[in-house]
Design a protein around this ligand. Structure first.
Ligand SMILES: [Fe+2]
Length: 447
């Protein structure tokens, strides 16, 4: 490839979207403020970092994990490591030139989760890739050969049963399959869910008694795929619908209800209120009508699925542009009061001029408060970490990487979740930058 000037590159290869070239390990990081001693574990975040330095689309670069280990009030180390998938090591794609899918390949670039004592790097096209707490790759996992589809990057833990609910989708039939891992990590359920076509299904939701699928009009396009381009785009004809299935039910039990066309990558949470299901989401009015390079603004909306009246209401809750909405994961599928989201960072924005916030929503009162990181300091997803296993909702910290354009490096910023407007509790100064990426989680030390 001819070397391009930076301003000729697509947004995902410029500024702090650009990949880093080194894997590093640095011990005893500088900390401003006081790290809470109760934080004992590793904060990890995943994101694309193409090893060749180039990728066709932001979503398809090789995964790289960035982790900071905290314990005893110290930031003991920072590591970044590629997820060493078959695609990274052997150069094979999860789909070959004939359209055959191999879920054991893929980039592993979207999320990092833990379940039943294991850590998995996830991308929605592929099987999970097991990694260690030191960010080293163990290998691809198909749960003893039982998993035959991909594994979403957004599985949902159930706090009541300890299960992990997830799905896989793909562009050939069957398009969508729902699965459950039990609390011990065994794959105990797989159920094909019929949908009309091959849509991009990034996430879903559970409640105490239901599973909610989103079938939204960003549809696989074979022609784009044949051209080697990102193969999903908006469809005016596909329509949009939410499918509600009782937990423990089957495809025959799924009730689909039409909604206004839109796209949602990420729900904040969902829960039950009598005969209604409440689902708060970061909603795009449309996505990728022509090309898939950009992301418009998503705003917090609420869907109310009235099971008795058989209809879905939609309400805009806020007019800020946000992404990466999160709640206290102990309330996954349960009624939550608080939500946290990153003020959106738009592609092409000048990193030095960015002025983005962590937005905290009080969904009971409708109030929103912000932590502003300051000009030139750009946050990523905020992850809530409870202060203890018995701590109440919102009693804990929000961890996020914040890129500091002036320093050309990234900080791990720890906020008091109960009062985000205050200065950070602690700021860990990383020696390098963490490119803008996707999702992270707190991996606490084993009890
Ligand atoms: Fe996501």
């Amino acid at each position: 490839m001819t070397e391009k000037r930076e301003d000729q590159l697509p947004f995902h290869l410029r500024g702090n979207y650009a990949p880093v070239t080194e894997e590093v390990t640095v011990f005893d990081l500088a900390v401003e403020g006081a790290l809470p001693p109760a934080l004992r574990g590793v904060y990890m975040r995943n994101g694309p970092n193409p090893q060749s330095g180039y990728s066709e689309h932001w979503f398809v670069g090789d995964g790289m994990l960035h982790g900071v280990r905290l314990a005893d009030g110290k930031a003991q180390w920072y590591r970044n490591r590629y997820v060493r998938t078959r695609t990274f090591v052997e150069g094979v794609s999860f789909v070959d030139a004939n359209g055959n899918i191999d879920h054991s390949a893929g980039v592993g670039n979207t999320n990092i989760i833990h379940h039943a004592g294991k850590l998995y790097a996830l991308v929605e096209s592929s099987f999970p890739v097991e990694v260690t707490r030191a960010l080293d790759t163990v290998g691809v996992c198909d749960f003893g050969g039982k998993l035959t589809t991909s594994f979403t990057a957004h599985p949902k833990p159930c706090p009541r049963t300890g299960e992990l609910h997830f799905f896989g989708y793909r562009f050939v039939a069957p398009f969508l399959t729902y699965h459950v891992l039990d609390a011990a990590g065994a794959l105990v359920k797989s159920e094909v869910i019929e949908v009309p076509g091959p849509t991009m299904i990034h996430d879903f939701a559970i409640t105490e008694h239901h599973v909610i699928f989103m079938d939204l009009p960003v549809v696989f396009d074979l022609e784009l795929a044949m051209q080697g381009r990102f193969p999903y785009q908006w469809s005016d004809s596909y329509g949009a619908r939410l499918g509600v299935m009782p937990r423990g039910g089957s495809n025959a039990d799924v009730r689909w209800r039409e909604i206004e066309p839109c796209y949602v990558f990420h729900p904040l949470n969902a829960y039950e209120a009598g005969s209604k299901l409440i689902m708060d989401v970061a909603r795009y009015p449309e996505l990728w009508r022509s090309g898939s390079d950009g992301l418009p603004a998503a705003m917090l909306h609420r869907w109310t699925i009235d099971l008795a009246a058989d209809r879905v209401g939609e309400e805009q809750l806020d007019d800020r542009a946000i992404e990466f909405p999160r709640a206290d994961e102990r309330l996954s599928g349960r009624r939550n009061r608080y939500g946290y989201a990153a003020g959106a960072v738009f592609e092409g924005a000048d990193d030095r001029q960015a002025d983005c916030a962590l937005v905290k929503y009080d969904l009971h009162t409708g109030a929103a408060t912000e932590h502003r990181f300051g000009r030139g300091r750009t946050p990523s997803e905020g992850v809530f970490v409870p202060a203890s296993t018995s701590a109440g909702e919102d009693e804990g910290w929000l961890l996020q990487y914040v890129y500091d354009a002036a320093r050309g490096a990234t900080d791990l910023v720890v906020l008091d979740a109960s009062n985000v407007t205050r200065p950070p509790v602690a700021v860990v100064k990383l020696p390098t930058r963490v490119p803008f990426g996707f999702h992270g989680n707190w991996i606490p030390d084993p009890a």
